[in-house]
Structure formats: C-alpha cells, structure tokens
Write a protein that binds this ligand. Sequence first.
Ligand SMILES: C[S@@+](CC[C@H](N)C(=O)[O-])C[C@H]1O[C@@H](n2cnc3c(N)ncnc32)[C@H](O)[C@@H]1O
Length: 285
Amino acid sequence: MAKEYVKSPMNYIGNKFRIIDQIQKWFPKDINTMVDLFCGGCDVTINTDAKNRYANDINYHLVEILEEFQKYSTDYILGYIDGRIDHWHLSKTDIEAYKAFRQYYNETKNPLDLYVLMCYSFNYQFRFNSNHEYNNPFGKNRSSFNKTMRENLIKSLDKLTDVHFTTSQFQDYDYDVLDTGDFLYADPPYLITCGSYNDGKRGFTGWGEKEERDLYGILDDLDNRGVNFALSNVIEHKGKTNTILKDWYKDRGYHLHNIKFDYNNSNYQARNKENVTKEILITNY
Ligand SMILES: C[S@@+](CC[C@H](N)C(=O)[O-])C[C@H]1O[C@@H](n2cnc3c(N)ncnc32)[C@H](O)[C@@H]1O
C-alpha cells in the first residue's frame, strides 16, 4: 500500500511536501538516528521514521511553535486556536481584526498566537522586522485556519511528540548525536534562488558562498565518519548554475538524483530554457 504522507500545518515556504515521495525513495531504510538540519515546517521530519529524530532550524520563532505543539494535548491546542479566532474575530476579510491581533502578538509574543496569526497572513510567511516584530501583511481572501489546516495540524501533532528540537546555526550544531550508519537530511536555503528566509534581513544571517562551502565541509566530515546524508538543492535556475555544488559532488563522487516538479507550466518551461529550474537530491550512499 502507498504510504500516506502528512502535510505540516505550517504551509512553510520552500517546504518539501510536494516532492516528499521522490526524496524519501532515496532515504536509507531502518534509520536509527535522523537529523533534519534545516527543518522549516518539518514536512520531512514528520514523514520519516527513525528511532531518534532531531530537527534544527535557526528560525526560533518557528521552532518555538513546534515545541508548544509538543507540550499540549490536541484538544487544548485546537481549543486555544478556536478561542483566539473567536475572541479577535479573525476571518479572511477583516484586515483590522488581523492588525489588532498582530499588534497584540508583538506585545505579548506567545508562540501559539504566532501560529494563529500566521494562518491569516499573506502566503503564511514568517516575516519579522529588525526589532523581531512580526510584520507579514494580511492574507486577504486567501489565508485562514481552514478545515485542511486543522486536519493537517491534528495529524502532525502525533508525529511531532518525540522530536528533539534545536535552533542552532548549522555551523554550531552538535553533530556528535550522529554515529556511523545514522542519517542527516539537509535542505538549506538555495544559493541561486531566493526565499524570504535567506536574504539576511529578518534578524537571521543570510545565505551566501561561505555558508554553501561551510555546509559542504560539514557533509564531507560526516561522510568521512560513515554517516549517511541526503542534500536537497537547486543546481540550475533561470539560466544560473550552482557551480560550487556541481564541482563538489563530482569531486567527492556523491550521487545526484533528479527531482521532477512542475513549478509553473511545464510545456512552456520546456520551450524556454531561461525558465528551467533543476531540483536535485545528492546522497553519499
Ligand atoms: C528550504 S527551507 C527548509 C524547508 C523544510 N525542509 C520544509 O520541508 O519545510 C531552509 C531553512 O533553513 C533555515 N536556515 C537558514 N539559514 C540557516 C542557518 N545558518 N542555520 C540553520 N538553519 C538555517 C531557514 O530558517 C529555513 O527554514
């Protein structure tokens, strides 16, 4: 029977849900310890079985929400969310209600409130100004804590209970949790595309060639220690090539797997080379 995947209730930008089956087919079987080094909304963590699961992301606002999800029962969390929606009159159309709740969150900073706020925001993004105030605009006529998000949340809560979360810069992460035969999944910001979490303007450092090379150095160390890794990335995008990535995986003899995904209109893309995005998975096993 085909595996049923669970979608994270975060709708996180850059999440891997749309290609989860394609990347998981290359994951090792019977994983003892797994690290999801750039976990984001945790779509990969919650869909991967392992005896011990660790998830890390520098975005502590996001990780705080996931940790709150671990602390409380499903009934408590759903009751809390419904209570907030009622009390603040949140809806798809009421921008003033959204703004009032956003201001309240920025004064009080409860992670569960941030989750509710994010559900009504533009593209469900975690955008903060330099004072660490949430400043994502309203998701008018589009975003809400709808039936699908509720179902995704209920299913995800069960899958998150035993995950150990951290909020380290990947360079400072404690890789000693991994032994020979264990597994690390890395889904970093992509050097040649642009996501709102990698421009360095949200109170987190950006992603450039230094970070790219640091990460490959760490993956090489893990390889030398007999740890398995899989790295998601984009190797070509709109006429640009990530040559650091290309040289590295070839030099080290790692394996490249192509991932298929229609970003826009695939027929149009096929005709127009400038628009091609080549998404890949690199493994060392
Ligand atoms: C492509 S997203 C990961 C998406 C995730 N796999 C999912 O399915 O939702 C990349 C993540 O890397 C995190 N990140 C960026 N720079 C980082 C750093 N230096 N150390 C650790 N995490 C970082 C971002 O906060 C972002 O959540």
